[in-house]
Design a protein around this ligand. Structure first.
Ligand SMILES: [Zn+2]
Length: 502
């Protein structure tokens, strides 16, 4: 019997606004001493009135547009009633039957093939406070700095089939949230929190899917946890069914140290939240014209950027991904690429011929940025504002390498100096005496000197040992600190080795 995992995700994301969802307290859940970013509104004092955060609403709609959701022209907030110590009002302001965004989809890469995951809805609510339980279970403390922070909730259709797809979905969504400036979506900081719903269904003989028992896994706060818990749960449920045991409907947690899910609580009776419209906040409306305007603010989404960078510059997938994830670096790259295009006097267009000059320049530049520059930053993220080299100077640097005016060895020294001082490469080359030696006579003299000092290698070469040639090239390069023009050097060496032979 084939079992088919059916997986849906519920994702909560703290939005990056200046203030909280319904009051003017700073939206800084982790800053300052506990219970300092609070006021009577977010502490739920009687008689206080909430005012909805316009920016949080805008960001949620923006996320909806990025996910092809329908933006509801009329939506509203509702009260979700439940009692818990981290919720001072005794209810959470959320959205019930008229969310900000409905439907939509996100395309992910399923092992290189595109797969669309349906979105059910995206709505807006407020975060709760944070409970801290004492080790001896004697008491608990609550910090309301997080209480009332704008929280976006996104629910997917159960279209996900395995652990890889679940991880890819969260990863792609995270990129989009960052691209839109909606959230930093840092999972370790709890800015993006994932819950998984998972069941093992069967395919009936008539092709219909028979759903299994749904298990929830809560509080997943890393991509690794999402992937690991889904893989583990598929394995656990499969084993149970095969052993003739039932899968219990329950909520499970994830223990990342042992790499297993564990039972937290069995399904209680479905809780009745007694939703009703929030009477203190007027319903929300947006006109089709305003929705159109907002669409323009979505900009180039990661998927589109991936496609364009590949087409336009002929870059490898791995490098494209670095530029998509590291947006600042990607934008810096494109500024240099446009400088290079100007220099090469070619028009922007598709990389039809991977050998064409424009693409070769772009690839050369991309390689230096993703290896040498990122390497020198040693794990720190690239930030154009703080990077001392202007795109013009970097473009000039790439041209010098492309034209063969500096060797890759010299290029490393020049780049290191550029990154230290921000100076232009030509000035550095002059100052540091790094210019290339390309005078035939000058190189011939150096070659003669090297041959005289390495008689054995010369003899070896003449006896047919090819290795000796590389050795001699290396010696000349060493003698010139890498400054000899490689082509002229090779030519001169071949000529001198041949000359004596005659
Ligand atoms: Zn407040």
């Amino acid at each position: 019997m084939e079992y088919v995992p059916t997986i849906g995700l519920e994702i909560h994301c703290e939005l990056k606004t200046a203030s909280k969802m319904f009051c003017s307290c700073p939206n800084r859940p982790d800053a300052g001493a506990p219970n300092t970013n609070v006021c009577p509104v977010c502490l739920g004092h009687p008689g206080t009135l909430p005012v909805a955060n316009r920016e949080a609403i805008r960001l949620t709609r923006l996320v909806g547009l990025a996910l092809d959701s329908r933006i509801l022209e009329h939506s509203k907030f509702d009260r979700k009633n439940y009692f818990y110590p981290d919720l001072p009002k005794g209810y959470q302001i959320s959205q019930y039957d008229q969310p900000l965004c409905s439907g939509g989809s996100l395309e992910i890469s399923d092992g290189g093939k595109p797969k669309k995951i349906g979105i059910t809805r995206v709505h807006l609510e407020e975060d709760t406070g944070k409970l801290m339980h004492s080790d001896d279970k004697d008491h608990s403390l609550v910090d309301f700095n997080r209480g009332g922070v704008p929280l976006m909730e996104l629910v997917t259709e159960p279209d996900i089939e395995n652990a890889d797809q679940a991880r890819e979905f969260v990863k792609e969504l995270q990129l989009i949230l960052r691209h839109l400036g909606a959230s930093d979506a840092d999972m370790e900081k709890g800015q993006l929190r994932v819950e998984v719903n998972i069941s093992l269904g069967r395919i009936a003989p008539d092709g219909k899917k028979i759903l299994g028992t749904k298990v929830e896994i809560k509080n997943l706060n890393s991509l690794k946890a999402v992937e690991g818990s889904v893989a583990c749960e598929i394995g656990r449920q499969t084993a149970r069914i095969k052993n003739g045991k039932k899968v219990v409907q329950e909520t499970r947690g994830w223990n990342e140290f042992i790499g297993q899910t564990f039972s937290q609580r069995e399904k209680e009776e479905a809780f009745d939240y007694r939703y009703f419209p929030e009477p203190d906040i007027p319903p929300l409306a947006i006109s089709p014209g305003e929705i159109e305007k907002l669409k323009a603010a979505v900009g180039e989404l990661p998927a589109k950027k991936r496609f364009r960078l590949t087409e336009q510059y002929g870059l490898d997938a791995a490098i494209v991904e670095i530029f998509v994830v590291n947006r600042d670096l990607g934008e810096y790259f494109e500024k240099i690429a446009s400088e290079l295009e100007e220099w090469a006097n070619v028009k922007e267009g598709d990389c039809e011929n991977s050998e064409d000059q424009r693409c070769r320049l772009a690839r050369l530049c991309a390689n230096y940025l993703t290896t040498d520059v990122l390497g020198a930053l040693a794990g720190k993220s690239f930030c154009e504002k703080e990077f001392p080299v202007s795109p013009e100077n970097f473009a000039e640097f790439i041209c010098l390498i492309y034209k063969g005016e500096i060797t890759s060895k010299i290029a490393k020294q020049v780049l290191a100096e550029m990154m230290k001082t921000g100076n232009d490469p030509s000035a550095i080359i002059t100052q540091k005496g790094l210019s290339q030696i390309s005078g035939k006579k000058e190189i011939a003299v150096i070659v003669e000197g090297v041959m005289a000092r390495n008689e054995k290698a010369v003899a070896d070469y003449r006896a047919g040992k090819q290795n000796a040639f590389q050795f001699l090239i290396g010696q000349v390069l060493a003698a010139t600190q890498g400054r000899a023009n490689p082509d002229i050097l090779k030519e001169a060496l071949l000529e001198k080795l041949g000359e004596v032979k005659e």
